[in-house]
Design a protein around this ligand. Structure first.
Ligand SMILES: *[C@@H]1O[C@H](CO)[C@@H](O)[C@H](O)[C@H]1NC(C)=O
Length: 140
């Protein structure tokens, strides 16, 4: 336990370093081929972290198997830097405008994926966090 305790403490700290997806909300209906906002909020944290990159993707959730693990990015809607900024309302976040292309396979239940690559702690440990938000996609 003596060895494991600091490890658990580190993971507790690391998970407190997480993100919140402000929008879209779970179950939200999103039309294809129309831009919409993905609000990625960086939660307040104790230890500093260096943001390296973020991806936003979309993947279908087949009825038979459900949504895959959100580390499966799916069709890439955004790839690039993550630069959250403090706002008067809503905290420290960055809004991304993305568009889901028309894709028959994505009609119905699908999962918006957000993957964040960042460095944390004194050793700048490379860390990947994956988030998924189930949405309902439909063609216009
Ligand atoms: C970011 O997106 C959220 C949710 O759509 C919205 O409420 C907020 O006003 C947007 N912020 C800016 C600065 O555009």
């Amino acid at each position: 336990m003596k060895v494991l305790a600091p490890l658990f403490a580190f993971f507790a700290l690391a998970s407190a370093q997480g993100l919140t997806i402000g929008t879209p909300k779970k179950g939200q209906r999103i039309p294809m081929e129309r831009p919409f906002t993905v609000q990625v909020i960086k939660n307040p944290h104790i230890i500093s972290s260096i943001e390296v990159a973020l991806t936003i993707g979309i993947v279908s959730c087949p009825q038979s198997s459900g949504c895959p693990d959100p580390s499966n990015v799916g069709e890439v809607l955004y790839q690039g830097p993550y630069r959250p900024r403090p706002h008067r309302a809503g905290g420290n976040y960055q809004n991304f405008t993305v568009t889901i292309p028309f894709d028959e396979d994505l009609i119905g239940r699908s999962q918006l994926t957000v993957n964040r690559f960042f460095l944390i702690g004194a050793q700048n440990g490379a860390t990947l966090q994956s988030y998924g938000v189930e949405i309902d996609t439909f063609p216009l």
